[in-house]
Ligand binder design. Structure first.
Ligand SMILES: Nc1ncnc2c1ncn2[C@@H]1O[C@H](COP(=O)(O)OP(=O)(O)O)[C@@H](O)[C@H]1O
Ligand SMILES: [Mg+2]
Length: 269
């Protein structure tokens, strides 16, 4: 079996905030062309920082990449501006659904086309977004503030799609949504991945849902990738099941602890 070419490659990046706080301690990962990869891990693990490093959105947070490299189809991109990255097809959907509350759904979607000029193409793109998100079409004239959490998440993804991206960095799409709505959002992501060939890198605390839709997963803890593998292998991994899929017994502080605990048990057996 051949390994698909990586569209994104992150090589050993370190990120510090405020010149001192080291939060990413050498993170490496890849997103294969046309696939869905997930970065999993609890609150504060470094998922958002990783996505922001890729989309060059750390500056506003007083963060910077101090080591390592990031490549888009083999080309270094650390020095490109977020707008350059959007033009090259890389867009980020922020954590917490950043829709403009006072704009309508359609106005929000149109703000996503800011790097594009051709009106005909923009209109066609809007129609395409509506075919994937029929709920947004129904709500197109509603002010975003008066739509549901699910509709706002869809609006945030739809807005990113208005830039016609090939890579979408999706930060915690499940946050604050009912399980049924999370599933609806992930189904649309799957559809976009399969039909539009959009590659997705998704940061998620909802391991269970993410591993159902992703091809590959990276588990992150305290600024490091502590485990990675095909989604199916991770889903069947005893340590992952115990710590992240809630199938284990005792409460533990860290995934690393579970791993060493298991190892010890194996040695003693
Ligand atoms: N702007 C910031 N300034 C300083 N520290 C930050 C900032 N943003 C995040 N951090 C810290 O970096 C670590 C990783 O955060 P984050 O990437 O947001 O994790 P996650 O998305 O996995 O919850 C956390 O310890 C967090 O407190
Ligand atoms: Mg986050």
């Amino acid at each position: 079996m051949t390994t698909p070419t990586p569209v994104l490659t992150v090589n050993g990046i370190e990120v510090i905030y405020n010149h001192v706080i080291l939060v990413l301690k050498g993170v490496s990962l890849q997103l294969a062309e046309g696939q869905i990869a997930a970065i999993l891990g609890g609150n504060g693990a470094g998922k958002t920082t990783t996505l922001r490093a890729i989309s060059n959105l750390l500056k506003g947070e007083r963060g910077e990449v101090t080591k390592g490299s990031i490549e888009l189809r083999g080309e270094r991109i650390e020095n490109l501006t977020p707008a350059d990255l959007v033009k090259r097809g890389v867009v980020q959907v922020m954590e917490g659904r950043h829709c403009f509350a006072h704009l309508t759904i359609e106005e929000n979607l149109l703000t996503g086309a800011y790097t594009r000029k051709d009106k005909g193409e923009i209109a066609a793109n809007l129609e395409k977004v509506y075919t994937y998100f029929p709920r947004l079409k129904t709500r197109r004239t509603s002010q975003a503030a008066y739509t549901s959490g699910g509709e706002q998440q869809m609006c945030a993804i739809g807005r990113a799609l208005m830039a016609n991206p090939s890579v979408v960095l999706l930060d915690e799409p499940s946050m604050g949504l009912a399980p049924q709505i999370v599933e609806e959002v992930f189904e649309i992501v799957k559809d976009l991945n399969q039909k539009e060939k959009v590659s997705f890198l998704i940061a998620e605390q909802n391991t269970n849902m993410a591993l159902r839709y992703a091809n590959y997963g990276y588990i992150m803890e305290s600024g490091r990738i502590v485990m990675d593998g095909a989604a199916e292998d991770l889903r069947n991994n005893e340590d992952v099941k115990e710590f992240y899929l809630g199938m284990g017994g005792a409460e533990r502080k860290s995934f690393k602890e579970v791993k060493s605990y298991k190892r010890r048990k194996r040695w003693l057996a």
